[in-house]
Design a protein around this ligand. Structure first.
Ligand code: ZN
Length: 365
């Protein structure tokens, strides 16, 4: 009995975290085994001056994880999966059961500010039958930022050409031109974007994050700095013809994993070939800005089924293609570009609440 009690004390006090600092973020790392209820009960201290945290849970495959609740330093529940699920709005990827799952807090202005003191979160570990699973090990990281200005911030990206596209001068030219436009787009939202380029010679097909290519994505994300997003440029996304890009999470994981990347298809942004017109370079820039928007924490204002919306209060519901295009054809987070036969509507806008999500994200520091 005494042995069990001691274990509980250590876990409850959160003393089994390894603390470090990287690229201006404070990091807490640990590995945990899910308890008899199939949960991780995590406690960690928010320090004075810290303004947002991002938690990532990466359970052993094939188990998945989901955030059940978050409690602040006053023991108030600020996130409750039952309330969020009932609202039928997409607030965070943390409300979904995923192979690697992340939650940033706060998300919106109405979520309030971080307060110094001990915060807690309960995470469910879920098996293939959708049941809680005890005795499962997870890798866990919490990252904290101190950026107190939610109107200005820095985003850092590493763009990695994987396979033959890295030697294709036209793809490299188009990508560099698109990155310059992407920097201009983000500058309009108060985000200073710095980008470095890299290559990886893998000749394997590149899939979608969370579906395939897990080892490659874990490697590529481990080569990026902590807090630096990893954007993969591949010739195409295997098994996903016609898809221009995928993000591994909303928000993306803050530790290396099989989901810690965005993947873009050169062919599907290049109009079906690897030659880029000016219009196609614009689309590539918007795809990069859009996918990294997901990774920073944004959902589409409306899905293409026109029956699922984000949880922001200045992206009102629409429920037909016509009304949604009227509302959002210029919005950077609309799910698709809106094009006529000759031109596409520039998608360069974000609402104040969308910008607020980006600036509260640990990915924008
Ligand atoms: Zn999207």
């Amino acid at each position: 009995m005494r042995h069990l009690w001691l274990l509980a004390m250590v876990a409850g006090c959160g003393q089994d975290w390894t603390e470090s600092e990287s690229s201006g973020l404070r990091l807490l790392d640990t590995t945990r085994t899910s308890n008899l209820n199939g949960q991780h009960r995590l406690a960690f201290d928010v320090l004075e001056g810290e303004t947002a945290f991002l938690v990532t849970i990466d359970p052993e495959a094939p188990q998945r994880a989901v955030f059940l609740d978050v409690t602040d330093s006053d023991k108030q529940t600020v996130f409750d999966i039952d309330v969020v699920s009932e609202a039928q709005r997409r607030l965070t990827g943390g409300q979904f059961t995923l192979s690697t799952v992340s939650l940033n807090w706060p998300i919106r202005e109405q979520d309030g500010a971080l307060t110094a003191g001990q915060w807690r979160t309960d995470v469910g570990i879920i098996d293939a039958e959708d049941l809680f699973d005890a005795g499962v090990d997870s890798t866990i990281r919490v990252a904290f930022k101190q950026d107190s200005d939610f109107t200005a911030g820095d985003v850092r990206a590493r763009v990695v050409f994987v396979g033959s596209v890295g030697e294709d001068e036209e793809v490299v030219r188009a990508t560099e031109a698109a990155v310059a436009q992407w920097q201009g787009l983000y500058a309009n939202f108060g985000l200073n974007l710095t980008v470095r380029f890299d290559t990886n010679a893998s000749t394997e097909p590149v899939g979608a994050p969370g579906e395939s290519s897990g080892e490659l994505f874990e490697l590529l994300s481990s080569e990026s700095d902590v807090g630096e997003v990893t954007v993969v440029i591949a010739e195409r996304i295997a098994d996903n013809p016609g898809i221009q890009g995928f993000a591994g999470g909303v928000p993306g994981p803050i530790l290396p994993s099989d989901r810690s990347v965005m993947v873009l298809s050169a062919i599907d942004n290049g109009g079906g070939d690897l030659l880029f017109s000016e219009q196609e370079i614009v689309l590539l820039a918007e795809t990069m800005a859009h996918e990294v928007g997901h990774f920073i924490g944004l959902f589409h204002p409306v899905e293409l089924t026109f029956d699922t919306w984000d949880a922001l209060d200045d992206t009102p519901e629409c429920d037909t293609q016509a009304s949604c295009e009227a509302a959002y054809s210029r919005n950077l987070m609309y799910p698709v570009p809106v094009c006529s036969r000759t031109a596409c509507t520039p998608q360069t806008e974000m609402t104040p609440a969308q910008r607020g999500v980006m600036h509260r994200s640990v990915w924008a520091n």
